[in-house]
Design a protein around this ligand. Sequence first.
Ligand SMILES: CC(C)(COP(=O)(O)OP(=O)(O)OC[C@H]1O[C@@H](n2cnc3c(N)ncnc32)[C@H](O)[C@@H]1OP(=O)(O)O)[C@@H](O)C(=O)NCCC(=O)NCCS
Length: 147
Amino acid sequence: MTDADLDQVVAMEEHSFPHPWTAQHFLDELRSPHGFPLVAVTDGGALAGYLCPSLLLDAGEILDVAVGREFRGAGIGRLLVESSLRLFREQGANRVYLEVRASNEAAISLYRALGFGESGRRKRYYENGEDALLMDINLPSEVQHAV
Ligand SMILES: CC(C)(COP(=O)(O)OP(=O)(O)OC[C@H]1O[C@@H](n2cnc3c(N)ncnc32)[C@H](O)[C@@H]1OP(=O)(O)O)[C@@H](O)C(=O)NCCC(=O)NCCS
């Protein structure tokens, strides 16, 4: 991801989440020494999705990931998460974690398919009273099977 992607990324974010990140959130990640935001782009150059990872010492976190509605179900989410796991591993992460809405079946299935397990739950974490599911994966042993 670069600054030039921001308008499209923010538009996709607004179509994907009830409480979307602003352009400033993405700018902060682009400037952060811990972040390395990724985009997935079609052969024709269209933005298909993005993922914001963050690495602190040996712990990686997936902060945000979305695929454009018209591109979903084609393996792009899987590609983005797999790519982030490979990059986390190359940069020395031993573990990657994330939070996901307990009702987000598509995302939970994706993370499970890549080897993430449920590590906890934050009760009524979201503004609508919904729980957050905490999921994590140990690297590199588990990811070697998935990637
Ligand atoms: C979650 C999201 C990123 C998945 O992206 P995607 O490109 O559609 O996912 P993929 O095509 O790579 O699917 C990979 C796996 O995820 C799971 N999956 C994806 N969409 C699913 C759905 N609608 N229902 C159930 N499982 C689903 C499946 O296990 C799938 O594997 P399969 O194709 O072998 O069955 C996408 O739905 C999205 O952007 N959602 C809105 C934003 C969001 O919720 N982000 C996650 C926040 S934690």
